[in-house]
Design a protein around this ligand. Structure first.
Ligand code: WT7
Length: 568
């Protein structure tokens, strides 16, 4: 049993006010995540405790105390406020995992503005749709990413400032661009934090759907109440832990648990701004004596693929608690991790919209490899019949996951898209869009998504977005994008295309198209394979039948094609 008690005890007594009390928060109080993650920890006597250990590409290391991150977030917040940025303005963070990303995030929250983190590998098109939907006021970025912003800046009249955090004075800055250096700026010790309340907007994350453009998921400062408690209980974070969350804050895991959860608990966390390699990861764990590790199935499968040998080269006995999120964690990966690390990765299930963990393997609970675990205390989770939307009571029967609304970190809206937001609630349940069954002990067994969205390595990719981008390539006449099975990433993007007259199918063209998508959207959205076809299967009214292509890729029965030919 962990220090926080058993799952059964916690479920029985549960009330979110437990978290409010620990955070000294009462209904109606000022509530600012930026303050909770820095100033409050300092006030609790931990100003000199290490908050962040950061390691960069060249192996350089930087350490920051809680007082350092309090002052750094004040300094960035003050600079942004000085530019005229005010509460509820959207401020985009478009950066690698450098320290300024973490402090900038907290600084934006401190001035009451909305942090809009975007994955730094995004290309100009991915950037443009998300910034124009949010009508973002400012972009905080690095030199290496400025060129992507420059490409689209003329289409973004609402962007007033592009802030470059590592300007070296070499090439002149352009209109709207301004340099900011955390090292050179005068540190701001005393800062007037904007008095946000529970329902004030905090973070805007974009997530992909099957149709239409990505949706802006709006969270509020009250999300802290769930993020704090789930980080404490499920990640089992304790005073002396060294915590490593491998997620990038461009995605929700990287903010909810890579910034907010850990800092609000006053824990030391480390960040590695380097791409994946098994040896580098193990070395990092050994060097920093990581005790709690929150990662993703694709990373675990990649480590597994590298075998047991690299594991043996390092002393990983520091690891105490491992957890995973983002995609199905297969039983083999759980069993492997138990064998090589002496600890099983505990699966957690949630999504951008839910803001915090929903179904979890609570520490101390019996693990059933391949299951996502049980509903977190305070969360009412069911599977619903797909016709009636009534909860299924029969164990083992698959239905749509449903959550009873009301936990603190739930999104408050899709940015300016009320219709889609409303469509997520049926019969009083929030429907995340995934299928699962529940066994006779309340464990959830994920079976798949209920839409065409591709989950590649834990990242959601909209087939619609890739298809639209493909059509912008001069050679492509029509396109259909589906998931293709992959050993490590579970799914990868595959595109079927028909070519315009005058273009020849070739490997060279395939590479050109792939590169086109990589640059425009991102490496994640880039098709791993392009299949040239003469025609694409279509319904009578001309809608492309992705499901048929998908079934073929997965070797599934296509079933009754007459229904597939009907428009839905
Ligand atoms: C979708 C949400 C929130 C973390 C990052 C992903 C899938 C998430 C699991 C899991 C099987 C999972 C679902 C979900 N997913 N966790 N443990 N087992 N599938 O956030 O980008 O909003 O994606 O990821 O399909 O709806 P996201």
């Amino acid at each position: 049993m962990s220090h926080i008690g058993s799952y059964e005890e916690r479920v029985k007594e549960f009330d979110w006010s437990l978290s409010e009390t620990e955070l000294d928060y009462k209904d109606g109080d000022v509530l600012n995540i930026g303050w909770y993650c820095t100033d409050r920890i300092c006030k609790m006597g931990k100003a000199d405790k290490t908050a962040l250990i950061w390691e960069g590409l060249g192996g350089q290391e930087k350490r920051y105390t809680y007082n350092d991150i309090r002052v750094a977030s004040n300094t960035i917040g003050s600079f942004l406020r000085g530019l005229g940025i005010k509460n509820e303005d959207r401020v985009c963070l478009f950066m690698d995992k450098i320290p300024e990303l973490y402090f900038g995030f907290l600084g934006i929250l401190k001035i009451g503005a909305i942090a809009q983190p975007l994955f730094s590998a995004f290309g100009d098109e991915s950037l443009l749709v998300r910034l124009s939907n949010a009508e973002t006021t400012a972009i905080v970025t690095q030199r290496k990413h400025v060129s992507k912003v420059r490409k689209i800046i003329d289409q973004m009249p609402y962007v007033k400032h592009v802030i470059v955090v590592d300007y070296d004075g070499k090439k002149p800055l352009r209109e709207r661009e301004i340099a900011f250096s955390l090292e050179e700026a005068a540190p701001v010790d005393e800062f007037e934090i904007y008095p946000t309340k529970a329902e004030s907007p905090s973070v805007l994350h974009y997530t992909s759907g099957t149709t239409g453009q990505p949706k802006g998921v709006k969270h509020v400062h009250y999300s802290l109440i769930s993020q704090y408690l789930t980080a404490k209980w499920v990640l089992d974070l304790q005073e002396d832990d060294i915590y490593w969350c491998t997620a990038d804050p461009g995605w929700v895991t990287g903010t909810s648990y890579g910034i907010i959860g850990a800092f609000s608990l006053g824990v030391t966390q480390c960040v590695m701004d380097v791409g994946f390699s098994a040896e580098a990861w193990y070395k990092f764990i050994e060097k920093h004596k990581v005790t709690v590790w929150y990662s993703a199935p694709t990373a675990i499968r990649s480590l597994m693929k590298c075998g047991d040998e690299p594991v043996k080269k390092y002393d990983l006995s520091c690891l105490r608690h491992l957890a995973s999120v983002g995609e199905p964690l297969n039983a083999e990966a759980v069993i492997w991790s138990e064998r090589v690390f002496g600890k099983a990765f505990l699966d957690t299930y949630w999504q951008t919209e839910t803001g915090s963990m929903m179904i979890t393997n609570f520490p101390g609970m019996k693990i059933k490899p391949g299951s996502m675990g049980k509903a977190f205390p305070g969360i009412t989770a069911v599977v619903l019949d797909t016709e009636t939307y009534e909860p299924i009571t029969e164990p083992g029967k698959v239905g749509l996951i449903g959550f009873k609304p009301g936990w603190p970190a739930m999104m408050r809206e899709y940015w300016r898209n009320e219709e889609t937001y409303k469509s997520k609630f049926i019969n009083g349940w929030y429907i995340p869009g995934d299928r699962s069954s529940i066994d006779n002990e309340g464990y959830f067994w994920f079976t798949g998504r209920d839409d065409d969205v591709i989950n590649t390595g834990g990242h959601l990719v909209s087939p619609f977005e890739v298809e639209s981008a493909l059509l912008e390539h001069e050679a492509v006449a029509e396109s259909a994008v589906v998931a293709k099975p992959d050993e490590v990433n579970m799914e990868v993007v595959k595109a079927f295309v028909t070519l315009n007259a005058g273009f020849e199918a070739s490997t060279d063209l395939e590479l050109k198209i792939m590169n086109f998508i990589r640059k425009k959207l991102s490496p994640l959205a880039m098709p791993q394979e392009i299949e040239y076809v003469n025609t694409l299967p279509k319904t009578r009214s001309g809608k492309i039948m992705r499901r048929l292509l998908h079934a073929k890729e997965w070797g599934e029965e296509i079933g009754d094609t007459s229904t597939l030919e009907d428009d839905e």
